[in-house]
Design a binder for this molecule. Structure first.
Ligand SMILES: [Zn+2]
Length: 233
């Protein structure tokens, strides 16, 4: 994906973890697929030819989108406090829970998003840059769910809604011309959703279930092709 315009503000802090109360983690394991060529152009603000630049652009687009959407509901948007790449398991803790390798999560206890930098780089290299926009969009959606006080009976409801919300955010950014789709980006998004899907046989109602590849694709593209209305937020 390429950036066309500057974001409104950035939260990009590399920091050690906050250790507070219990949090909420979100796993997405594995990153399969083969790479495809995407050539991103850089903007004056953010260089979207690097993982760090794409992470920052995804966060800025999320902030812009959620500022607008929450304002429609009369809610003042509060950005996530920090975005933290980590290099080893346990380097960052969410409450008392150490963050694991091959993962990304929103931690409500510290109000931060953290991700395994090597795992994200692998997804970026093997799947493509669009995967990073999905991943950060999904984690940012969890922060919005918490801000709106969402209640969920099963984790899969929360996860598929976050996929839908990430889709709504990205679809809006593309339609508004803020992000430009490059050849292969849609396929990268599809492959990314397959890569983070539950293993076959995982019960949908199990704690920690995120959805099958089909469910995750369906949820994401319902938001992407439609709007936030599809997400039942
Ligand atoms: Zn999640």
């Amino acid at each position: 994906m390429a950036r066309r315009t500057r974001g409104i503000r950035a939260v990009w802090l590399v920091a050690v973890a906050a250790t507070m109360l219990a949090g909420q983690a979100c796993a997405g394991e594995g990153s399969g697929g083969t790479g495809s060529e995407t050539v991103a152009t850089s903007s004056p603000a953010v260089d979207t030819t690097t993982l760090a630049g794409d992470v920052r652009a995804a966060i800025e687009e999320s902030e812009r989108y959620w500022t607008e959407q929450l304002s429609k509901r009369g809610i003042t948007f509060e950005p996530v406090r920090q975005v933290i790449p980590y290099t080893s398991a346990g380097e960052v803790t969410c409450g008392s829970e150490p963050m694991q390798s091959n993962n990304a999560a929103y931690c409500s206890a510290g109000d931060f998003i953290a991700f395994d930098a090597a795992w994200a780089q692998q997804g970026y290299d093997k799947i493509g840059d669009a995967f990073i926009y999905y991943l950060l969009g999904h984690e940012y959606a969890h922060a919005i769910q918490v801000r709106l006080g969402g209640q969920y009976q099963y984790t899969i409801e929360q996860e598929l809604q976050a996929d839908c919300m990430a889709g709504a955010m990205l679809g809006d950014a593309v339609r508004n011309g803020r992000l430009e789709l490059e050849d292969g980006d849609i396929q990268e998004l599809q492959r990314g959703l397959i890569a983070v899907a539950d293993q076959p046989g995982q019960p949908w109602f199990a704690e920690g279930s995120h959805g099958t590849a089909e469910q995750r694709n369906e949820a994401f593209f319902a938001g992407y092709d439609g709007s936030l209305d599809a997400c039942k937020l």
